[in-house]
Design a protein around this ligand. Structure first.
Ligand code: UD1
Length: 308
């Protein structure tokens, strides 16, 4: 079986690549290394890596034509909401057009795919009050990033229905784990917390810490993605999360206890556009046989251990 992972050198993509290789798949990665790193891929000796932009249709079309993939995991994206606000049109060309161009070519050559999986985000839900977020809850995409993710989801599902392609979309909540880059203020808060604890840096806390999130450890994300593939899920959108709502203060306290150290905290006002509360309903994932293997304490302990 052959799989293509776009964005396969990134944080989530590289973990997926390693797991697919372990499952015995032939894995090809397309990544322009704008955010990803070759060193993220553990099995680089048996993975084919093309350092290419997914917008390069000449390249993508010849690759799809030649390799006849069974599975395509589309993770390549501008992953930062802040970047999407700075460069909406550029974001759109990657996060939306590149996905559509790929689907359109798959349709044109009648590629007998087993699954096309598109990775979306909890950002589509915006700041609406209803909780937990169900896949059919109202959406309110507030940034170019979220708008593109939602619009692309709809296209991916429409291609499934209109042209009989086995397509599926997932919405990641707050994913954490090794390989996540802490370098920007908009990096995942757990990568920033890890960096602060490790290097004795001051942590800037936006707001009073009562904002809540649904954190999922990368290994559980991979478990979910593999289940979605194994169960041939199609025509569906699925939340990928832990299903547990925790405040940032609770998370910080748990992490400090694991590390045995206290953070130095600098308090700032709430970040503009910050979501106050977030938690997913993960009923759909559970019905596939998913269960959390990495509750927060275990995930954080493992993450911290890997950083030593
Ligand atoms: C995440 C996404 C974001 C998306 C949003 C939609 C990431 C990194 N961000 O944001 O792109 O729009 O989901 O649901 O995946 N915080 C601090 N100090 C810091 C960094 C963050 O206090 O140095 C706070 C933030 O203000 C926020 C919380 O920690 O309240 C979590 O931040 P973050 O990890 O960026 O995730 P989201 O805000 O959920």
């Amino acid at each position: 079986m052959k799989a293509l992972v776009t964005g396969g050198a990134g944080f989530i993509g590289s973990h997926l690549v390693d797991s697919l290789v372990e499952k015995g798949m032939d894995v090809v990665v397309v990544d322009d290394l704008s955010m990803g790193k070759v060193s993220n891929i553990n099995n680089i000796d048996i993975v084919t890596l093309y350092i290419q932009d997914v917008r390069n249709q000449t390249f993508m079309q010849s690759l799809l034509q030649r390799e006849r993939f069974d599975y395509i995991y589309f993770l390549a994206a501008v992953a930062s909401v802040a970047d999407s606000i700075e460069h909406p049109n550029e974001t759109h060309s990657i996060n939306h057009n590149a996905v559509l161009d790929t689907l359109e070519f798959i349709r044109a050559i009648n590629l007998p795919l087993k699954q096309f999986l598109f990775t979306s985000s909890a950002a589509v839900y915006g700041n609406l009050p209803e909780l937990p977020k169900k896949e059919d809850s109202r959406v309110d995409p507030l940034s170019p990033y979220a708008i593109d993710k939602y619009a692309t989801e709809r296209y991916v599902l429409a291609y499934g229905q209109l042209y009989n392609l086995p397509t599926v979309c997932v919405r990641f909540f707050n994913v954490y784990g090794p390989g996540q880059n802490p370098s920007s203020p908009y990096s995942g808060v757990l990568s920033i917390l890890t960096d602060c604890l490790k290097n004795n840096r001051i942590f800037t806390l936006y707001g009073d810490g009562s904002q809540t999130r649904d954190f999922i450890y990368i290994e559980d994300v991979i478990q979910a993605l593999l289940l979605i593939t194994e169960k041939h899920v199609k025509n569906q959108v699925l939340n990928i999360a832990n299903g547990l709502e925790l405040s940032l203060s609770q998370i910080i306290e748990t992490y400090e206890n694991i590390v045995g150290d206290k953070l130095t905290i600098n308090n700032e006002t709430v970040r503009s556009g910050d979501v106050k509360r977030s938690v997913a309903s993960i009923g759909q994932l559970i019905s596939l046989g998913y269960s959390t293997h990495w509750p927060l304490k275990r995930g954080l302990a493992q993450y911290w251990k890997g950083e030593q």
